[in-house]
Design a protein around this ligand. Sequence first.
Ligand code: HEC
Length: 138
Amino acid sequence: MSGDGFSRREITAVLTFTVLAVAIGTGSYITGLKIAGETAGGAEAVSVATGTPVNGQTLYATNCAGCHGPQAQGGVGPALTATKHWTAAAFAEAVLRGRAPDGRELAPVMPRFGETGLDGAPATDEQINAIHAYLRGL
Ligand code: HEC
């Protein structure tokens, strides 16, 4: 030992320890994130697989009936009875993007469900088709 400073060996030991500690800490953190991500992803996959079946009547009641009437007879919005003759694609275009089959841009009062979704999550074809099927059955 020379004087009261640290020896080269001591400094090297401290540096090595610090570098290892940081490396181990970072590694654990990343592994933790990965495990958390996989768990979350897994949970989501399960809930999609076991999710409640898409119900056109419920979707209609919660998203559309307020404006188009409980029996789609019309209210703030027009009656939707004529849409039973529309193709699925035309119906989806109107509901998701506010464009009627004749190319007309629907008034802004009609929500663009492609932006808002029907239940907090992005709208799916399955949901739109379920609503359309429900309307056809009225
Ligand atoms: C806040 C009120 C409101 C809600 C909620 C609403 N709509 Fe509308 N909707 C309207 C209005 C108003 C129009 C007419 C717009 C126009 O003609 O420019 C319209 C038009 C439409 C049209 C075009 C009808 C036609 O003959 O041109 C369809 C289809 C439609 N809505 C479906 C739906 C569906 C399905 C839902 C639920 C997922 C829904 N709407 C929810 C107000 C609403």
